[in-house]
Design a protein around this ligand. Structure first.
Ligand SMILES: Cc1ncc(COP(=O)(O)O)c(C=O)c1O
Length: 448
């Protein structure tokens, strides 16, 4: 490995970073992370902080999960790769499919289609939704519905159902036939409704209107995050997801839950679907499936999909990735799933999530820069920063960057996305770690 001077000099010079401009990366070079342990990360200058971001919503079990590392190393020795395209498979992925079917049995999902990550999982679900309707003789059902503020990855299909212009405009024209419903976002919404249950009803009304306008028999699927993550941790009222499920059923529309973040325990339940008591037709998962140690994902499939595809001689799946069912990813996922269950991470996610959310509320009392705090369902929490509480004018970029840097200097890596601080730490975070993050935030807000 080259020395640290070389690394600093070349930082961001030969690489374009996702979700930022190449010029920004050169003008303010990204932090170079070189080490990790437990829930902490260490940068090239030896500064160690608690990772409030949990990698990128994926390192649910922390950086020192030895059983996953061992399983991956062992798999690399015996079979580092073999494809699962027609005619071959591998032992690890057979075992993983069995375990996932058991894990997601309460969600009504018992088949898996493997991918290389979250965007792949979303794309897979969208494509299989269209194919489902074609197999059933309803080839006019091609459109997709989704929520504004939703995030569904970056492939063209996913970007088309994304509800944030930042991820769309530069890449238009996107897929035709994608329509967006207002999100149940109480702090800002077109109805000026602040009551979560009333707002859920208004968004549902908008969904029904859109279905009537488009014609139900033109719509393939509705895709939504059970809790909107990247959009700023928008937690809908508990009535919302069941109402969406009912409307989809009534209109022959498939429901895809995008659980790239919410599956495997983050919300304090094993899946977002289970949190809200619904059974989706497909669930897109990735990220924490391997604790972030290997790029991997799984789309879980329910009875309607099984019925349409498994009882039809013509249901050839013309879709798949070289790394679908990669044995090292499968071995990582198997070990990760076993550890996730052994540690029963949902309990800690729920209690630390409550601690974090209550801490945010206390910070809001103290700092007028905080416009809104969101969370209350596991370790998914956000603070929305404003320049002015009355007008809700969002904070400027420079102040937001200062908050992030001061928090880092005081012991916590936090993620700032627009006006939002989004926290998604490992689910094995301790009470003390949570306090460290809260205290770093306190100092950071005081600094602006
Ligand atoms: C809900 C959701 N869907 C899809 C994705 C895309 O996943 P990936 O970045 O692994 O492609 C993300 C990433 O954060 C996500 O949060």
């Amino acid at each position: 490995m080259k020395d640290s001077n070389f690394l600093k000099e070349n930082n961001a010079r030969q690489m374009w970073h996702p979700m930022t401009s190449p010029k920004d990366s050169i003008d303010s070079p990204p932090k170079i992370i070189t080490g990790s342990s437990g829930v902490t990360i260490t940068d090239i200058d030896g500064h160690t902080v608690i990772d409030g971001v949990g990698g990128l919503w994926n390192v649910n079990l922390g950086y020192s999960c030895q059983p996953i590392k061992d399983a991956m190393a062992a798999q690399l020795e015996t079979l580092p790769y073999y494809s699962t395209f027609r005619g071959t498979t591998n032992d690890a992925v057979i075992e993983l499919s069995y375990e996932l079917a058991e894990f997601f049995e309460p969600d009504g999902l018992s088949r898996a289609f493997f991918t290389s990550g979250g965007s792949d999982s979303v794309e897979t679900a969208l494509r299989l939704a269209r194919q489902y309707h074609k197999l059933r003789g309803e080839s006019g059902r091609t459109k997709f519905l989704s929520l504004k503020k939703g995030y569904h990855g970056t492939h063209i299909g996913g970007a088309s159902v994304n509800g944030n212009a930042n991820f769309r405009t530069a890449y238009e024209p996107l897929l035709p036939g994608c329509f967006h419903i207002p999100a149940p976002y109480t702090y800002r919404n077109p109805f000026n409704e602040t009551d979560p249950e009333m707002l859920a009803n208004l968004c549902i009304k908008a969904l029904e209107d859109e279905i009537a306008f488009q014609g139900a028999n033109t719509i393939a699927a509705m895709i939504m995050e059970p809790i909107l993550g990247a959009g700023g941790v928008i937690v809908p009222h508990k009535s919302f997801a069941p109402m969406v499920r009912e409307i989809c059923d009534r209109n022959g529309i498939l429901l895809i839950t995008d659980e790239v973040i919410t599956a495997y325990g983050r919300t304090g339940a094993w899946s977002g679907a289970r949190l809200w008591g619904i059974k989706p037709d497909m669930m897109a998962t990735a990220k924490a499936i391997t604790n972030g140690y290997f790029p991997f994902g799984a789309v879980m499939l329910g009875d309607k999909m099984i019925e349409a595809f498994e009882n039809n001689d013509n249901a050839k799946i013309g879709h798949g990735y070289t790394y679908s069912g990669h044995p090292v990813g499968a071995a990582a996922a198997l070990a990760c799933l076993a550890e996730t269950k052994r540690l029963n991470v949902i309990e800690n996610a729920a209690s630390r999530g409550t601690q974090m959310f209550e801490g945010f509320k206390a910070l809001k009392e103290k700092h007028s820069i905080i416009g809104d705090v969101r969370g209350g369902q596991g370790l998914m929490t956000a603070i929305e920063m404003v320049a002015d509480r009355t007008t809700k004018q969002p904070i400027d970029g420079a102040s937001a960057a200062t908050v992030q840097e001061v928090a880092y200097q005081n012991g916590a890596m936090i993620r700032v996305s627009g006006p939002n601080i989004i926290l998604s730490p490992s689910l094995v975070l301790t009470e003390q770690d949570t306090n460290t993050i809260l205290s770093a935030l306190d100092t950071a807000f005081a600094a602006v």
